[in-house]
Design a protein around this ligand. Sequence first.
Ligand SMILES: NC(=O)c1ccc[n+]([C@@H]2O[C@H](COP(=O)([O-])OP(=O)(O)OC[C@H]3O[C@@H](n4cnc5c(N)ncnc54)[C@H](OP(=O)(O)O)[C@@H]3O)[C@@H](O)[C@H]2O)c1
Length: 286
Amino acid sequence: MEALGRPEVTLAGIDLEIHAAPERYRQVVAGIREQPLALGALVTTHKIDLLAAASDLFDGLGPFATATQEVSSIAKDAGKLIGRATDPVAGGLSMGAILGESYFGRTGGELLMLGAGGSALALILHLMRKARAADRPQRILVVNRSAPRLARLKAMVGRNTADGARDIEFEFIQNSVAPRNDEILAGLPPGSVVVNATGMGKDTPGSPLTDTALFPLNGVVWELNYRGELDFMRLAEAQAPTRGLTVADGWEYFVHGWSQVISHVLHEKIDAAKFARLSALAASAR
Ligand SMILES: NC(=O)c1ccc[n+]([C@@H]2O[C@H](COP(=O)([O-])OP(=O)(O)OC[C@H]3O[C@@H](n4cnc5c(N)ncnc54)[C@H](OP(=O)(O)O)[C@@H]3O)[C@@H](O)[C@H]2O)c1
């Protein structure tokens, strides 16, 4: 807040248990709505449950909140309470920084998304909306432990029928067994992008792959988290020299997510230079 010239603004945490009662989410959103000094909020973990419980308390939703049915940013625009989903933009910006322009056109790689939760859905939506064919993979494989999240993702894909999005071939696989994920990985062409969006290695122990899994030659491996044991990323790091891998963690994603919300809540434009300055400040506190 000091760096943004707003030292009078303070951050206050509100802890809710996972899948809290709808009434608790409504209390929190109503509190922000009613208190003039509450400027807004950044929502983690509860993005889907909060919107499901309190959608009528918002005066408006951003297009990504409608598309993903989740809210990660709550802000007041001219007195109106607006909910937005930041993951498609924040995840998209960090994915763009990792892959560079025309990645899929240049390499012919595909995308393997391990996990079909909120961040997987946001990243896939981002790719489906890419205007140039070279920025979209020809095939996206999504693996998830249980069926409901896969069904939700499938429905989102079905709703987004822009021309480019229709070109992408999708495969939805319900699986939670690591050796089966190794087999799916082995079937990917060189240059493919493998994302760990399961939370395994941080939220839960272990990795969605076994220790003997082999990443695609010259591929990109992206772990969405930046803290925890990160077993999946450690395996990729060990193979990076021999397999020609690019390995990235979720730090930049995290900083983009916060920057997006701060920008909405404080009505502050965060350009590349300001992002770099905030990112350096965040890195010093990492
Ligand atoms: N760096 C950042 O700023 C940033 C931003 C967003 C997310 N993240 C991280 O990314 C991770 C995913 O986030 P999210 O919001 O998408 O979480 P989420 O909604 O909880 O999704 C995780 C998904 O992974 C599935 N899963 C778990 N273990 C699996 C396994 N072994 N095989 C297949 N699927 C498995 C879960 O399946 P079920 O349906 O069975 O539960 C769930 O659908 C979290 O750890 C989060 O902290 C980081």
